[in-house]
Design a binder for this molecule. Structure first.
Ligand code: GLY
Ligand code: MN
Ligand code: MN
Length: 440
């Protein structure tokens, strides 16, 4: 793997340097300075929050644990890494830089955080400094100029070959752990034990994962982000929803699967229909496809499933128009994916910034972009039986078009979500998740 990354990295660097040059021109700055960042400290405490390096830092090099380090890009010059290896016997000191990426930087090692300042450009007013407020070092205060950030965020939507290679690995790691989690479910384990089975298989700590595991048995799957991990298995396991990913060098996967217990064939039938629909949505991840239009299309297809399986007795068109489809599918179809699970620029209008609004009535959609090659998006439709939303539907005129006996019988399964990570290409989409399941 590292041979492949070594081969792809020089082109990645060329692309990033060109993007940084253009961003600086737009903002009118001479240097791009990126703070890796330092952990936040909890309120009235001396306990640090889990450290997550600035995604702009991780974009340049596969180093996820280098708090207090800095990166400097100046057009025409070799990028500079100011690398902090503190004199510290309380915490692990970051290892000396090593690997295929090292030769692409001028590296200055410092042993005190404040010594980094001497290695940053002297003309700080000429610097676009990207970082969180708490990364400030003397007069080097992050200014995060919009013109620079908007351009960089827009360009981050188009993954380099190196980034796609990283994302493929993140998907493979996630799928390996998903299989272990499914086995734990089949063995009758609790949510907590399924979670630990996942961690054992993915070989990452909870803080290293791209997001917290969502592991839900039975009606818990009706809570979209259920993260409570019951310690005891339920008396009867009917269903299992797992939304969990893996990290690789700062890139993440975001994968959801839903399983029915062997006796729950009625629920399996609904899973199969959502699965087929989901594959259909993935097939539409093509150049020129409007993501919000795909989201609305998904509402129609899912409403058709609800009607065909006799949960509702109204046409898909009126189910979508009256908001009934949103009772059962109350979140967005997906989002951009990359260095962040909900990657930047999901709503951005163009490389200068701006916003493309969500369609009215769809407040949780996280992407309004039109798809182009090298964009990576999740496709994650669902159908849920959520007490809160069903209670609201009961008070609407459309309540009479609902087969409540069937809907009520399905509350015990919670819900279904099926989520793949998909690369838009010039031709057919690349499904990172299904490719990884097929290879496993
Ligand atoms: N795991 C969070 C999401 O699917 O967006
Ligand atoms: Mn997702
Ligand atoms: Mn997810």
């Amino acid at each position: 793997m590292s041979d492949l990354l070594a081969k792809l990295y020089p082109e990645h660097m060329r692309t990033l340097r060109a993007r940084a040059d253009a961003a600086l021109t737009r903002g009118g700055y001479d240097h791009l300075v990126i703070a890796a960042g330092v952990p936040r400290i909890e309120f009235l405490d001396d306990r640090p929050a889990p450290y997550v390096a600035n995604p702009h830092f991780r974009y340049w090099l596969p180093v996820t644990k280098a708090p207090g380090s800095w990166l400097v890009h100046t057009p025409g010059a070799k990028p500079k890494l100011v690398y902090l290896q503190p004199r510290d016997y309380w915490h692990v000191v970051p290892e000396a830089p090593a690997g295929y990426w090292v030769e692409h930087f001028d590296i200055a090692i410092v042993h005190e955080a404040r010594d980094a300042l001497a290695h940053l450009p002297k003309a700080l007013a000429r610097c676009a400094i990207i970082g969180a407020d708490n990364a400030a070092l003397g007069d080097a205060k992050p200014n995060n100029p919009d013109a620079v950030l908007n351009y960089l965020h827009w360009q981050r939507s188009y993954k380099t070959d190196y980034e796609l290679a990283m994302l493929r690995v993140a998907s493979k790691l996630g799928v390996r752990a998903h299989r272990a989690a499914e086995a734990a479910f089949r063995a009758g384990k609790s949510e907590y034990d399924i979670h630990t089975a996942y961690l054992n298989a993915v070989h990452e700590t909870e803080n290293e994962l791209p997001y917290g595991n969502i592991i839900a048995l039975n009606q818990h799957a009706a809570t979209l982000h259920y993260m409570d991990f019951n310690r005891a298995p339920p008396a009867h396991a009917e269903s299992f929803l797992i939304d969990a990913g893996a990290s690789f060098h700062g890139y993440g996967s975001d994968i959801t699967r839903t399983y029915a217990a062997p006796h729950a064939s009625e629920f399996q039938k609904l899973i199969d229909a959502v699965d087929a629909a989901q594959r259909g949505f993935v097939a539409k991840v093509k150049t020129g496809q409007s993501y919000p239009e795909l989201h609305i299309h998904a509402h129609h297809v899912l409403a058709g499933i609800l009607r065909d399986q006799d949960f509702i007795r109204l046409s898909p068109e009126s189910a979508v128009e009256t908001g009934v489809s949103s009772t059962f599918f109350p979140h967005g179809l997906g989002h951009l994916l990359g260095l962040q699970v909900h990657d930047v620029a999901g709503f951005q209008k163009d490389e200068s910034g701006g916003t493309v609004a969500r369609p009215p009535g769809h407040p949780y959609l996280r992407c309004t972009r039109t798809l182009e090659p090298r964009m990576v998006t999740t496709i994650e439709p669902g159908i849920y039986f959520i007490d809160l939303l069903l209670g609201e539907l009961k008070n609407k005129p459309q309540a009479r078009d609902v087969n409540w006996a069937k809907v009520d019988a399905f509350r015990r399964y919670g819900g279904i979500r099926i989520e793949d990570d998909v690369v838009c290409t010039e031709a057919e989409p690349e499904n990172l998740t299904r490719d990884a399941f097929a290879a496993a």
